[in-house]
Design a protein around this ligand. Structure first.
Ligand code: HEC
Ligand code: HEC
Length: 221
């Protein structure tokens, strides 16, 4: 019974897809993303260094690394902060400054941070936590409706540049933990993409979040 339901679901999905294909054929545009100018960006980040480091590698576990992050994702998030759709007490300090910047300036900042490499993190060697983190990250948990994280964030946590899915490899543990909890509580709700993560984080327990954060922190590309 279960199998036939899945098949029906899959079948309608395929039909839906081909119908959508026909409709959107004329409107389809190639995905183009024009990179920013990292040199120009380097002139705009003076007020960011204290927390995000000179090369986008922050030193506090609670502050995100921006180094090596894809430009599309960084640009989106910078717009969310500037337009006060994504809120954070510490980032609040730079919002008046961000408001003086154009979209092109934000893209240049994104290009600047993207041009560096994220430093490698070290996962805590707790066997149980590691095995839960590995399992969930790679395969998800069908019963709990948790999809594999690899499908969007990549096997090595490299993310997806074209789609703008963030890299999470080596990201700070404190930040990974608070982000997943902020999606779960729906506090982090800027932009449509956040809904994807809200619906995934909804099904995660605190222990699963700890395990995933530990695993992602230790991933490297
Ligand atoms: C006082 C510390 C502080 C300063 C200064 C600061 N940030 Fe942040 N930044 C943070 C924290 C903390 C977060 C995480 C916010 C959250 O949890 O939602 C963050 C998040 C971000 C993110 C999103 C990262 C992600 O992975 O989603 C970007 C992009 C960013 N900051 C860029 C900047 C830029 C550009 C500046 C300078 C104009 C700046 N920040 C200044 C602390 C700071
Ligand atoms: C269907 C694609 C998809 C899947 C599957 C997925 N994610 Fe995400 N993830 C995203 C997108 C898109 C964002 C950016 C959301 C936003 O704009 O707030 C994101 C953001 C994140 C962030 C915040 C990154 C940052 O720098 O702030 C973390 C942490 C994260 N995901 C962890 C996970 C984990 C753990 C899993 C598996 C349990 C997972 N994701 C599964 C697409 C996905």
């Amino acid at each position: 019974m279960k199998h036939s339901l899945i098949l029906i679901a899959f079948f309608s999905f395929s039909i839906g897809l081909s119908a959508a294909d026909d409709k959107s054929k004329e409107m389809q545009m190639p995905e183009i993303f024009i990179s920013g100018d990292a040199d120009k960006g380097s002139q705009l980040v003076e007020s960011c260094v204290a927390c995000h480091g000179v090369d986008g590698n922050s030193i506090s576990t609670d502050w995100p690394k921006l180094a090596g992050q894809n430009q599309k994702y960084l640009l989106e998030q910078l717009k969310h902060f500037r337009d006060e759709e994504r809120n954070n007490v510490l980032m609040m300090a730079v919002i008046p400054y961000l408001k003086t910047l154009s979209d092109k300036d934000l893209l240049d900042i994104a290009a600047f941070y993207s041009s560096y490499n994220a430093t490698v993190g070290q996962a805590r060697n707790d066997e149980e936590l590691l095995s839960l983190g590995t399992q969930l990250y790679r395969f998800g948990n069908m019963k709990e409706q948790i999809p594999a994280c690899t499908s969007c964030h990549g096997v090595y946590g490299q993310g997806n540049n074209l789609a703008g899915y963030p890299a999470i490899a080596g990201q700070q543990i404190g930040y990974l933990t608070s982000s997943l909890k902020a999606y779960r509580s729906k506090e982090r709700n800027a932009g449509e993409s956040s809904l994807v993560m809200q619906s995934i984080a909804e099904n995660l327990t605190d222990n699963e979040i700890d395990a995933l954060a530990n695993y992602m922190h230790g991933l490297y590309q």
